[in-house]
Write a protein that binds this ligand. Structure first.
Ligand SMILES: [Zn+2]
Length: 363
């Protein structure tokens, strides 16, 4: 009990660096993660993204990205960087469409399993503020929280781990998870153009004089990379739920939708128990929630909706399926474009998450 009489200060930057491999990192094996070191290409612009004594955010972001890639690759993940050095064809702040190009690397990534697109796209940044004392981590997602469920599943442990590992003075001053629409009506371009789960990390503030000096140090950059690695290990450990491509039929004026849910977890002890939270199961047709039932034995969700030909005169509709496992990890994909044929059968195609400024079924 006497140990509790003397509590160490939270802000302890002198403690030794310790970067053991987390045994659960094995759940990252096979995951495809695209890292985007923010900025690059404007080293000659005076004062551009620099700390009080001139440390460049672009260089810090790049060092963290290289260190994080190594940690993730050691765990068996497939990792790509949008830039390996100061600039690439995509990642160069002098390009007017650099954010779209950075995101496109994640969107079009050729997966080892034959698919297309990364499991996660993470843009790595450091923050700045007019108040020099500001120094806390934040993780930014696109748009409404409802649009970013799978991204938030990973963003939350990453944000918490950054606070616990970097021990900056401002941890807890505000929330960790921020919508990019708090900054701009259309959000951050690099997230708006992402068609895979994506978030942007502002690990700490290079505008804080003490933090700026720490960010010069590769060992401190590794502390940060390790924090993000630990967050991603925890994310992977909690699984990535998904489902079979929904079957949609139209008969007697009723749409019937069925899909088999997958909680995304391995066959651990207890796998025969409920691992999908019933309260999280939701099916939407053209943005309207419809009645759905779930059979835990077969893991099939069935939803019925009256066919509203006035709402879908072109016989196309947008279907959304949501569910989460007991780790509160959400499914991916969540949206499908449905085209109904004259005979009542349907073509069902996965879509990306929703984005600012898009129409009902656009992407
Ligand atoms: Zn930045």
């Amino acid at each position: 009990m006497s140990w509790l009489d003397r509590r160490d200060p939270f802000e302890d930057h002198a403690r030794p660096l310790s970067i053991p491999r987390h045994p659960a990192e094995k759940y990252l094996a096979g995951k495809v993660i695209v890292l985007d070191p923010g900025h690059g290409g404007k080293a000659d612009v005076p004062g551009y993204k620099r700390g009080p004594t001139g440390v460049r955010e672009a260089e810090v972001n790049l060092r963290v990205a290289h260190l994080l890639r190594r940690l993730l690759e050691d765990a068996g993940a497939h990792v790509a960087l949008t830039r390996e050095s100061e600039v690439s064809d995509a990642a160069d702040d002098r390009l007017p469409d650099t954010h779209r190009r950075r995101a496109e690397i994640a969107n079009s990534y050729p997966r080892p399993d034959g698919g297309t697109g990364a499991d996660l796209f993470i843009s790595l940044h450091h923050n700045a503020a007019s108040k020099p004392e500001a120094n806390y981590p934040s993780v930014w997602f696109h748009g409404e929280a409802d649009w970013s469920e799978p991204a938030l599943d990973a963003a939350l442990p990453v944000g918490h781990r950054l606070g616990a590992e970097l021990r900056c003075s401002g941890v807890g001053r505000t929330g960790i998870l921020m919508s990019d629409q708090q900054m701009y009506a259309s959000g951050f371009a690099v997230l708006r153009h992402a068609r895979v789960p994506a978030f942007l990390v502002e690990a700490s503030f290079f505008s804080n004089p003490d933090e700026e000096q720490r960010l010069r140090d590769a060992a401190y950059n590794l502390r940060e990379a390790y924090a993000i690695y630990l967050g991603l290990v925890e994310w992977a450990y909690g699984g990535r739920p998904t489902q079979s491509i929904p079957a949609v039929t139209l008969a007697d004026g009723t749409l019937t939708i069925t899909a088999k849910l997958d909680d995304g977890l391995p066959g651990w002890w207890g796998a025969d128990r409920q691992r999908t939270l019933d309260s999280t199961i939701a099916v939407y047709v053209d943005g309207r929630r419809v009645f759905a039932t779930f059979d835990p034995a077969t893991k099939v969700v069935t939803a019925d909706a009256p066919w509203r030909s006035d709402a879908s005169p072109d016989r196309s509709l947008e279907l959304r399926v949501h569910h989460a496992n007991l780790y509160k990890h959400h499914n991916w994909p969540q949206r499908y474009a449905v085209r109904l044929a004259a005979d009542g059968t349907a073509t069902v195609t996965p879509m990306a998450g929703r984005h600012a400024g898009e129409d009902r079924a656009g992407s």
